[in-house]
Design a protein around this ligand. Sequence first.
Ligand code: NZQ
Ligand code: ZN
Length: 394
Amino acid sequence: MKFEFYNPTRLIFGAGSLEQLGKVVSQYGKKALLVIGGGSVKKSGAFDRAVSSLKTAGVSVVEFSGVEPNPRLSTVVRAAELAKKEACDVVIGMGGGSVMDASKVIAASVLYEGDPKDMLVRAGKVPKLPERALPIITVPTLAATGSEMNCGAVITIDDEKEKLKTFIKTEVLYPKVAVVDPELTITVPKAHTAYGACDIITHVTEGYFNGIDGTPIQDRFAEGVILTVLEWGPKAVSNGSDIEARAQVQWASIVALNGWVQAGVNAPYPVHMIEHTLSALYDIPHGAGLAVVNPAWMRFAAKFRPERFAQFAQRIFGLTALGKDDLGLAMEGIGRFEEFLRSIGCPTRLSELGIGDVTEEMLSYWADKTLEVLCDEEGRLPGRPPLSREDIAE
Ligand code: NZQ
Ligand code: ZN
């Protein structure tokens, strides 16, 4: 194992921490672009509280609303133009992963010379990463992506014939501060709470199953995240106002993708890459797409590495080998995982996402779109095992 770990984001966590937003932001700028989504934060009152905290601290506010789920590059560009015109000196992303991701790329686009599309990853091209960004402050309102404390962003390119969902990951996108107030998540509907739980688990299963061998501490971290979500996720789904459950799930979402669990594991994210194609083409919620793709991918990958999936079955679901070989145990564990997803209200079949009548052509096309974002020298999607076009379709 060999790695370097760096995460400079200050994390302010706990119920009521929104009150500190103004004081926090005033350390970085005087005029904030406050980026929000389709209006949930206005309905909940969080937006007004944020604005009042900012004004009290002497920070003036320029609002940019309307970031859509699976955020589009064209939206990012419009927001960056507004930030330039208004001479904003700090960007606040208040919302789910879509809003936070958009905010990061807005903050970089304001200072970027060239087309922001060139920042994004595409197979066969070296991205021209931004070297600067306005200071970014994140205020998550949904527990899922962990975007509040990482330097990644997922953006859909929408100026081409068919949309392409890709990503950027670079140090200047680390938020300066994440103000994480679990009270802001109590209005998240049951379905999105469940999709968030699936997203959190999938962030750590990617490393668990696709990472290098010999990472016992990272395995235990990942298992800790999964077991925490299995325990507290259903409580947050069944009673959205359970602030303790909301807080535990939100902390899990941060831990799952702030780099700590991933350190040294060196894993690609094949399940995410396949899902991103679905959410780009069909505009489905990311976590719901993962609930379909992840168990299906697991059943495929377990055949190549049954002992690893058997470990998952044993340590997460307490299953024992009793008369079963590793693959049998692995499949039982995957079945239990899928049952869990269903029990909290996640779809596990494409038809439940409204994607019916799937043909061979569609599957091949989705595979091609996925490989258009990322592939190795042999044209395969990185992972364990690396996936050819036919593998992805299967
Ligand atoms: O737009 P508004 O009105 O705010 O409504 C949103 C949206 O409709 C709603 N919502 C958010 N907070 C709420 C709320 N509704 C009521 N009360 C609240 N407190 O939830 C809906 C979904 O929001 P979205 O931001 O799209 O969800 P999520 O947080 O799951 O983010 C998904 C996006 O993040 C990307 C995904 O690909 C997708 O584009 N990801 C980003 C990652 C990262 N930066 O590290 C990693 C992830 O793997 C993921 O790929
Ligand atoms: Zn995810």
